[in-house]
Design a protein around this ligand. Structure first.
Ligand code: SF4
Length: 756
């Protein structure tokens, strides 16, 4: 069996040296890069060949890739690289890798065509001036072969270890038995569906309740399917740290089995959590851990991979020992890990690292999306871009002379837009063309300026540039999936003439962005305790229509949960005052009947305060504790610490907040919940415009449900789901609002509930 490696990956491995340098230099975008290649190849003669697939072997190593171009008349192989600004901005350690790639392709071409010699050219193309700088070397085939073999030899020892790891891993996975012997009720159905999804290479939506062991029930079958389907990696993505922790634990359990597969499990952490020098910049002149990073990387990489659990402490310890940056070491370890556990944004964000690597190295990956209902809102935020006029003013103030003109031009167009707007908030059918053109001009000018004279990391012009770039890219893709809105500031308003604003390209339906990510993965499984109605999630998450949806039966009995609808109370805003006394009396009655721990969910902190104030006044004997706005980690831990087996009282929280999902309080730690809201998002101008966008896309009969009802009820079901966590739990849920009597609302409650 040979070990396959892409030319790029081989050369990055063997030729990278020196400092890590993440100083910002404006590089061409992917689209500009592709356009640049087309311009260069379009200038060549009719015989010119492009995108040639080439491969070669050396002692069990298969090296393959696509060469950019070959001119048979000049006998010249070309590797094309695009850049901006001055050629000097292409760093030396990048150039070394570029030459290595060109020479390896040179060898592969000589071998494929039986050439005795070839001209090997590096073509640097400036995407702005469209100038080419062509650097040429002429090599005999034998010299290129020697170079190729040297690169392979430097990689071979590593490749052999990797191949052995993969063979041992796959052999162990084939024999791997389910860690807990028996599957739990429902867990087998989930596992079978996930296995088939991986085998067939498609997507799956799985609604699976708490208590069946979803994490192991999805990871295990993917691992079992890996050897047969040739999966390179599994990405387990979660919205919260708790989901990531459960995945790491499940993988620990698998690695602890007899004849375990020794899976390398990387728990990917954000840069701000792992950086050892937050006050420094990521380059060798500033940070000691970036200086000589690539020189020390081979030893650090080898030492890290002696571990299977590559969590934050393990990566940090190795990084310290080898004096390399822990964050960039963990990025390197992605390449060599079997399972990567991380936040959604590492794969779904517009500049997501795991997605980019999957594309660049052509990995075959399977993606697990934990608690996937969260992906709708998270993806909306990933594809929303705001531009704040205060940020433009700061940039104008700090800008060098060369940038004043384009920034002033943008300021004028922006002010003209503000002046026309009568309301504080207004949405428009399209991004104001004058403003967009001015943003494009400003972005272009800053980019050109920075290509010549880089700006420091905290420069206001750079801060504005990043905001403007994201805004511009989203504005250029504007369509019915988004809103363009303008919010005038009411701070420091002297007159309507000078009133600044915030522009926003606000994503409503992230479907099209996410669909491209599913297409890049071999298989994707989206699972959650609440993934209904399936059409809502299919539409908003952009899943192919043929995507199967399974609903795994809950392991609980209806008798375990008493669900009571309190239909004589309205929690609508206008009825709040009247609702307070019935709510607190109901809570006190239930508490007197069955003392223990309860959660009370309200729709806002204001409502929570009113209910808790009255509770203290009318029922001072019932202990209560409250969630507070912006509660920190310690406060949240203290709130949850009150829920002990012997504890008694009511913790009040806001629905959709920190305590309405991802909280596990089994047994007597929680015996009931009061939900005094339908969880509907506030009716305001933004949500009403989102509703209109939903109306247009999915029909007027669905706009309200897609914007308000389904997201609201999803929160209700999640919050109520805190009560029954195990097959021996018993509890009560009170749904407080007259609208819970409606059949449509009842239809959105879990099928195993029996509602009184
Ligand atoms: S330690 Fe921090 S500053 Fe240094 S390279 Fe790493 S992330 Fe950058």
């Amino acid at each position: 069996m040979s070990y396959a490696v892409a030319v790029r990956a081989l050369c990055e491995f063997t030729a990278r040296a020196g400092d890590l340098d993440l100083r910002f230099t404006p590089a061409p975008s992917g689209v500009e890069g592709m356009a640049g290649h087309t311009v260069v190849t379009g200038r060549r003669g009719p015989a010119y060949e492009t995108e040639m697939s080439l491969s070669g072997q050396h002692e069990g190593l298969l090296v393959r890739g696509r060469a950019d171009g070959y001119d048979p008349v000049a006998n010249q192989l070309e590797e094309i690289k695009t850049y901006r600004g001055q050629l000097d901005s292409v760093r030396e350690n990048h150039r070394v890798v570029h030459w290595a790639q060109a020479r390896v392709y040179g060898h592969l071409l000589c071998q494929a065509r039986g050439l005795e010699r070839v001209r090997v050219a590096l073509v640097y193309f400036n995407v702005v001036t469209e100038e080419e700088t062509v650097l040429v070397e002429t090599h005999e085939a034998a010299a290129l072969q020697t170079f190729f073999q040297e690169q392979c030899d430097r990689f071979l020892a590593w490749a052999k270890t990797e191949l052995a790891h993969r063979q041992t891993r796959d052999a162990a996975l084939e024999k791997l038995a389910f860690p807990h012997g028996e599957f739990r009720a429902g867990q087998r159905d989930l596992a079978v569906a996930v296995y088939r999804t991986a085998r067939d290479g498609r997507c799956l939506m799985a609604q699976a309740p708490t208590g069946i062991g979803k994490t192991l029930g999805t990871i295990f079958p993917l691992l079992k399917a890996s050897p047969g389907t040739g999966l390179d990696k599994i990405f387990f993505l979660a919205a919260k740290g708790s989901g990531r922790g459960l995945a790491v634990q499940a993988l620990d359990t698998i690695n602890a089995q007899p004849a375990a597969p020794a899976l390398r499990v990387l728990d990917l952490q954000a840069r701000d959590k792992t950086c050892e020098h937050p006050d420094l910049a990521c380059h060798g002149d500033s940070c000691p851990l970036a200086q000589g990073f690539y020189d020390r990387l081979p030893a650090a990489r080898a030492a890290a991979l002696a571990h299977t659990r590559l969590d934050a402490p393990a990566v940090r310890a190795t990084a310290r020992e080898h004096r390399v940056c822990p964050y960039y070491l963990s990025q390197e370890l992605i390449r060599w890990s079997d399972v990567v556990v991380g936040d959604y944004n590492y794969y779904y964000d517009s500049s997501a690292m795991l997605y980019a690597m999957t594309q660049a190295y052509q990995w075959k990956v399977a993606v697990l999306v934990d608690e996937a209902h969260n992906l709708v809102d998270r993806a909306r935020r990933m594809y929303t871009g705001e531009l704040d006029q205060a940020s433009l003013s700061a940039a104008r103030y700090a800008a060098p002379k060369a940038l004043k003109k384009p920034l002033d031009g943008l300021q004028r167009s922006w002010n003209a837009l503000n002046k026309k707007q009568a309301e504080r908030y207004q949405a428009y059918d399209a991004v104001a063309p004058g403003v967009l053109a001015a943003v494009q001009k400003a972005v272009g000018a800053i980019m050109e300026y920075m290509a010549e004279s880089p700006l420091p990391q905290d420069d206001p012009v750079l801060t504005f540039y990043f905001q403007a770039l994201q805004f511009m890219r989203l504005a250029e893709q504007f369509g019915s999936h988004a809103l363009f809105d303008v919010t005038l500031s009411d701070v420091g308003v002297a007159s309507a003439k000078t009133r600044p604003s915030t522009l926003c390209v606000r994503n409503v339906i992230p479907a099209s962005y996410l669909a491209a990510r599913y297409a890049a993965a071999h298989a994707t499984v989206l699972f959650s305790g609440t993934l209904s109605p399936q059409q809502f999630y299919r539409d908003t998450l952009g899943l192919p229509n043929e995507t199967p949806w399974i609903d795994v039966a809950a392991p609980f009995q209806a008798e375990q949960l008493a669900v009571r609808v309190v239909g004589n109370v309205s929690t609508r805003y206008r009825d709040r005052e009247r609702s307070l006394a019935p709510i607190v009396d109901l809570i006190a009655t239930q508490y007197a009947e069955r003392p223990g721990n309860y959660l009370g969910f309200l729709s806002s902190f204001d409502y929570l305060r009113q209910v808790s104030d009255l509770m203290r006044a009318r029922h001072p004997d019932v202990p209560i504790w409250l969630q507070t706005p912006g509660m920190d980690e310690a406060g949240r831990a203290a709130f949850l610490a009150r829920f002990t087996e012997a504890g008694q009282g009511v913790g009040f929280a806001v629905l959709g907040g920190a305590f309405s999902e991802g909280v596990d309080l089994p047994g007597k730690r929680l015996i009931g919940a009061f939900i005094a809201t339908l969880g509907l998002p506030q009716v305001n101008a933004v949500n009403e415009n989102m509703k209109r966008a939903m109306d247009l896309r999915y029909g007027e009969e669905n706009g309200y449900d897609y914007t308000y009802l389904y997201p609201g009820m999803q929160k209700v079901v999640q919050a109520a789901g805190r009560v029954i966590r195990t097959e021996s739990d018993v509890g009560t849920v009170h749904l407080i609002d007259d609208r819970y009597r409606r059949a449509k609302v009842r239809g959105l409650l879990p099928s195993w509930w029996r509602v009184d």
